[in-house]
Design a protein around this ligand. Structure first.
Ligand code: ADP
Ligand code: ZN
Ligand code: ZN
Length: 816
């Protein structure tokens, strides 16, 4: 009798594969264990066992496995089922899902490149012979392929020993860049507890002989009264013009005491002790309603205005789930937001909070994976970006999807192109757990589900602490330019408001939905605009580097001094981005500390956190940024938000442009006035009467929703239609044109629903590949499975046409 194991291989292949095993192996292996298998010519991959059987494959001779890599499963059945669901729903290969789901350190293969981990001290005597040989080889070569190690050790079964060395932190996968961020510790100073009362203070001042010391105490008081936040030693030294020696003397006398706060942990508000969380009446009510919804429904939307304290409600709910031993998954749209949230949640839950996302090192990710697998307390609450959905949960109680409207929950490239919110709902259903979606600006789809009874709906209309919603002022740019009430891109109104905020020691956020200095360089003589040679887009001018850059492929060149078309030197910059705002602002307010936050300034692992920390600590006065600013950041001293140009968001050729504009503006506006004082928002626009602008101004989500829903209905968009977008790419323009037409026609013949295209997208060439798209619109009442099957069949026959074989087709289900 023969024995076989069925495995998934981490390659973009649609099928599972059958390998031969011995009877002993057959009895040992369980589903969810990893197995090293040979595949293709001399390659070895880490496959996943999903079944054991005795049916020999009919199409090929089953090869033998190399080695079993685990003694217990590291993937559970819920995961395997969920991954197959993702592959089927999002029309991709199971190998794609498996590859995307596992941390790459768990997926070693013959091509993986490893190198020595720099900062580890190695005790050579503790290494096994094989470990030592690998270690020694890495002293002579900076990196090795797993394949090389097979040669060095002269055997094929090397993955476990490599895994051990990774675990011992002696080696690491090569693609990792190690970057360590040590939050700065800041030295603060305060009066000793015993001088809190007025009498004791007066007595103290009477007792102090030295004028210098007396003066210092008084200065401290003034500073404290003015700033109402912790006073750093540096700040006191500067303001009081005093020496460190005097401060030291007062500390020694027990009049002052010093203390240190990690830069990102500063809590300015003494009255907020986050570990004893009491919900406001409105929060409590919302919380109770959510609990009630969960007795009837699996999914609940919490629609709470910005700064209504949604995080606190989540926290209270999490408390209940972990009290009964359940695991909780907290999904965030943007890994950059995790630091703020992690410090808020660890204050409350201590070390039960684990973080999982792609900027974490492989070791860290494997660690979290194992903690979740073992149901360890250390990962009872997992905060993560969308990929945290793939962790081996087996006791999941609650999934929170915060800022559920954010498009970054949809993975674009590579496959699986899944939507983490939707995939989370499916996962929760299998675990019989609950899902809480939270947003101040829910997506149209979610709000539709919440009002049609599919999900529960809980609304929270007031901000925490009864802070009022910010006051929004519109500035008509046409009128302002006409009446010369502009300086550069700043209206006088905005300048006045900024000045006032500074006068009150408050901070400002300016939002510009474009990075770079100025999108394009235009020739004033012939109108030529430099284009990317590889893509169908204009190059963007970046003043800081004096370069023209392509935002699609990274192509760049020095700024030309004359026009490449007509040689004229009369070149001008058109439009404006964050960099230009930053420069103009520096001219208007030369003494202020201005920082920019966009993709260009936040590339490093922790650069985002550094900016956020600096702003939170009030070292930065103004933050100029792109949509990164619109994602759930909580600052307590921002009294003004300026939206530099509302119009460029509105006119994107995309059916979600209006919804997105509403969300973006409302979210950025929501950063203003989050504690005590009412905040202010200035929106500069050429279209003050545009419906979306009006709806933002009046905080009219309902109005926006009704109008957009109507448009979605009459133009055949979600939630009434499901979209499947096919993207075809090829370097040969004519072949692509022909092929996409063929595919379009065959689809149309086989489907009785709208098929649109083939269309040349707005950017029709990227990295020298031409692009065409076909959009399929599936009415919600049409059976989805059958339609997808038909589409897949057509795609399969497309692949069989030899002259089109080189055309790459990607499928994007529920296109975002
Ligand atoms: P949202 O996520 O709804 O925009 P947050 O959860 O960030 O709002 O809350 C806004 C601010 O109010 C935060 O600074 C938070 O610490 C504070 N806050 C909210 N609820 C409470 C509460 N119950 N007790 C103390 N502070 C709270
Ligand atoms: Zn020219
Ligand atoms: Zn390009």
């Amino acid at each position: 009798m023969s024995f076989f194991v069925e495995v998934i291989i981490p390659l973009s292949l649609p099928k599972t594969f059958t390998y031969k095993v011995s009877e002993t192996e057959y009895n040992f292996i369980t589903k969810g264990m990893r197995i090293a298998v040979p595949f293709g010519k001399n390659k070895i991959y880490t496959a996943l066992a999903i079944d054991l059987h005795q049916n020999a494959p009919t199409l090929y001779e089953a090869k033998e496995i190399h080695q079993i890599l685990d003694d217990k499963p590291i993937v559970n059945e819920w995961q395997i089922n969920h991954w197959f669901w993702i592959a089927s729903y999002y029309m991709c290969n199971i190998g794609d899902v498996y590859r995307g789901a596992l941390p790459s350190a768990l997926l070693l293969e013959s091509e993986t490149i490893i190198s020595q981990q720099k900062d580890t001290v190695v005790n050579e005597t503790e290494l096994s012979d094989d470990e030592f040989l690998i270690y020694e080889a890495l002293q002579h070569q900076s990196s090795l392929k797993v394949q090389n190690i097979m040669d060095i050790l002269n055997k094929k079964t090397v993955l476990p020993v490599i895994q051990k060395l990774i675990h011992k932190k002696i080696i690491t996968l090569e693609e990792e860049i190690q970057e360590v961020y040590k939050p700065k510790l800041i030295r603060y100073i305060r009066l000793h507890q015993q001088y809190q009362s007025e009498e004791s203070l007066i007595a103290l001042l009477d007792n102090l002989k030295s004028d210098k010391r007396k003066n210092l105490v008084l200065q401290y008081f003034q500073l404290q009264a003015k700033e109402r936040k912790p006073i750093s030693v540096r700040q006191l030294t500067e303001t009081a013009q005093t020496s460190a020696a005097i401060i030291k003397a007062l500390i020694e006398k027990g009049i002052f005491e010093e203390y240190y706060i990690q830069e990102d942990r500063v809590n300015f508000d003494k009255n907020k002790t986050e570990n004893q969380l009491t919900l406001s009446e409105a929060q409590q009510k919302a919380h109770d309603e959510i609990e009630h919804v969960f007795t009837e429904k699996e999914v609940c939307l919490l629609h709470g205005v910005t700064s209504s304290g949604k995080t606190e409600i989540y926290t209270k709910l999490i408390e209940q789930y972990i009290a009964v031993g359940k695991q909780v998954l907290y999904l965030l749209p943007e890994i950059a937001l995790t630091t703020q949230l992690v410090s808020r949640l660890t204050q409350h839950f201590g070390n039960k909070v684990a973080v999982f996302h792609s900027k974490y090192s492989n070791n860290e990710r494997v660690e979290v994976w194992n903690h979740v697998l073992q149901q360890s307390e250390k990962a009872q609450i997992v905060i993560g970006a969308r990929s945290a959905l793939f962790l081996p949960f087996s006791n999941l109680g609650l999934i929170i999807v915060d800022e559920e409207h954010e498009p970054t929950f949809k993975q674009q490239d590579p496959a699986p192109r899944y939507h983490a919110r939707d995939a989370a709902i499916v996962l929760a259903h299998a675990h019989q757990s609950k899902v809480l979606l939270g947003s101040a600006t829910p997506s149209i789809e979610t709000y539709y589900n919440a009002t049609s009874g599919k999900f529960g709906l809980v609304t929270l209309k007031e901000r925490f602490g009864k802070v009022q919603m910010p006051e929004i002022e519109l500035v008509d740019l046409k009128d302002s330019y006409f009446r010369k009430r502009m300086k550069g891109h700043f209206s006088l109104t905005l300048i006045e408001q900024i000045t006032e905020a500074f006068a009150n020691n408050e901070q400002v956020i300016l939002f510009q939905n474009r990075r770079g200095f100025s999108p394009v360089l235009e020739c004033m003589t012939c109108g030529h605009v430099p284009q990317c040679p590889q893509c169908d887009v204009s190059l963007t001018y970046h003043k800081y580097k004096n370069q023209l850059r392509c935002h699609y492929c990274g192509y760049n060149m020095a700024k030309p001094s004359n026009c490449h078309a007509c040689s004229s030197v009369d070149l001008e910059t058109k439009g404006f981005g964050t960099e230009q705002i930053e420069l103009e602002l520096a001219e208007l307010f030369p003494n202020k500390n201005i920082k920019r936050m966009d993709q260009d300034t936040t590339r490093g692992k922790y650069s985002f956190e550094k900016i956020i920390d600096g702003f939170k600590n009030r070292e930065i006065d103004v933050l100029v940024g792109t949509q990164m600013l619109a994602k759930g950041l909580d600052f307590d001293n921002v009294s003004l938000v300026g939206i530099m140009n509302a119009d460029n968001m509105l006119y994107h050729p995309d059916f979600r442009a209006f919804e997105r504009s509403y969300q973006m503006m409302t979210q950025v506006a929501g950063r203003s006035g989050r504690s005590e004082k009412r905040g202010k928002v200035v929106i500069q626009t050429y279209n003050p009467l545009h419906n979306i602008i009006q709806q933002v101004t009046h905080n009219d989500y309902q109005g926006m929703y009704k109008e957009q829903l109507y448009e979605r209905k009459i133009y055949y968009y979600p939630p009434f239609y499901r979209l499947i977008k096919l993207t075809l790419k090829h370097r040969d323009f004519d072949k692509l044109k022909e092929g996409s037409m063929w595919l379009y026609q065959v689809l149309q013949q086989n489907l009785s629903i709208p098929v649109l295209g083939p269309e040349e997208p707005a950017i029709s060439r990227i990295r020298n590949e031409y692009i065409r798209t076909i959009m399929i619109k599936i009415p919600s009442e049409t059976p989805l499975q059958g339609t997808k099957k038909t589409i897949q069949k057509v795609l399969n026959s497309f692949e069989m046409v030899s002259q089109y074989r080189a055309i790459k087709v990607t499928v994007n289900v529920d296109f975002y």
